[in-house]
Design a protein around this ligand. Structure first.
Ligand SMILES: [Zn+2]
Length: 338
């Protein structure tokens, strides 16, 4: 189960509106638009019927008793656009009513526990639960995720989503989207993962040849968490370049356009780590991803600008990575960690 406000997951309790009042990024100077490219996005027209509709209906039947607690059920991502691969997740967005939110979260949590206890393969279904408040926020900041929901395949809607999608909203995200991404999905995992992976590689003495030479080494851990972080960073840098991806395949295509073959290779590796839910990766993969992650992070800071509040987000993230929990400034962040 995932809950998200922007593009990657984040637990519900720790969501907060990020501070955005003193940004000094692209919004205070003329934005540099790519001259030859208009806003890029995969057109909803490419949606094609897909084969697993029955499978999806059957999977969703456990929600029947809670129908009146749910505004909308939407299939998003590659499966909704006929672009899925064998390893693609089936991504379902659940928009709950205000009074139903907690109950629906509990139901999904129970389901997740049950599935983790059964010996079956990992479920291909990924759920994102949004309260109506969270959904409206997504639309308000023109998150690419809102766009993705509007162009997903709607399985149920009591009119709530239809009315949200009917309102015009700008295609490119508002500045708050970028800061929210940094605060919720990027800063803390960025410093945390770099520290963790660096320490792990040193401790094990990993080198380029470590998998062959040293059979005991199973590679570095948390590969898919690192991949998810980089995916989240693409969801900041690509929209800032007027590209709105709707699927992981789009991310690969646009990464190639934005960063050339190096970006394409990184995006492909990230997608395969996420789809296969691989827990480990070898030193060479880590090196490639790390180099690119550092580059993306710097780009993101350039996009948002280093205003006071952005500096504070980053300082707190670094404090968390160093486990200096008592020094955390933002009370919401502190509450999440401690
Ligand atoms: Zn190793």
């Amino acid at each position: 189960m995932r809950q998200q406000v922007t593009s990657a997951g984040k637990s519900g309790r720790c969501r907060a509106t990020s501070p955005v009042s003193t940004l000094h990024g692209i919004w205070n100077k003329p934005r540099q638009m790519p001259t030859s490219v208009d806003t890029m996005l995969s057109l909803p027209g490419k949606t094609t019927p897909f084969a697993d509709k029955d499978e999806i209906f059957q999977e969703l039947s456990f929600l029947k008793p809670y129908r009146n607690l749910i505004h909308s059920l939407v299939l998003v991502g590659s499966t909704a656009h006929g672009a899925q691969t064998v390893n693609s997740d089936i991504d379902i967005v659940l928009i709950t009513t205000t009074r139903g939110h907690e109950k629906v979260c509990d139901v999904l949590f129970e389901k997740e526990i049950e599935e983790s206890l059964s010996s079956d393969e990992n479920s291909k279904f990924e759920y994102t639960i949004l309260s109506s408040l969270q959904t409206e926020k997504l639309f308000q900041i023109s998150s690419p995720f809102a766009y993705s929901i509007c162009h997903g395949m709607v399985f149920q809607d009591d009119g709530y989503l239809a009315s949200l999608c009917k309102k015009r909203f700008p295609l490119l995200p508002e500045k708050e989207y970028y800061t929210t991404c940094l605060y919720e999905n990027i800063a803390t995992p960025y410093y945390g993962m770099l520290k963790k992976l660096h320490g792990e590689a040193r401790q094990r003495g990993c080198t380029s040849s470590c998998r062959r030479k040293n059979k005991g080494c199973e590679g570095l851990q948390s590969a898919h968490v690192f991949a998810k972080l980089i995916m989240g960073m693409f969801y900041v840098t690509l929209p800032s370049r007027n590209m709105i991806p709707l699927t992981k395949g789009d991310v690969v295509t646009y990464a190639k356009m934005a960063y050339g073959s190096q970006g394409e290779n990184v995006a492909k590796l990230v997608v395969s780590l996420m789809r296969e839910k691989r827990s480990s990766f070898c030193f060479d993969e880590y090196k490639i991803l790390k180099k690119f992650a550092v580059q993306l992070f710097k780009e993101i800071l350039g996009i948002i600008g280093l205003g006071r509040e952005v500096r504070e987000i980053i300082a707190d993230a670094a404090r968390i990575a160093r486990e200096d929990y008592h020094l955390i400034h933002n009370p919401v962040t502190k509450n999440c960690v401690v």
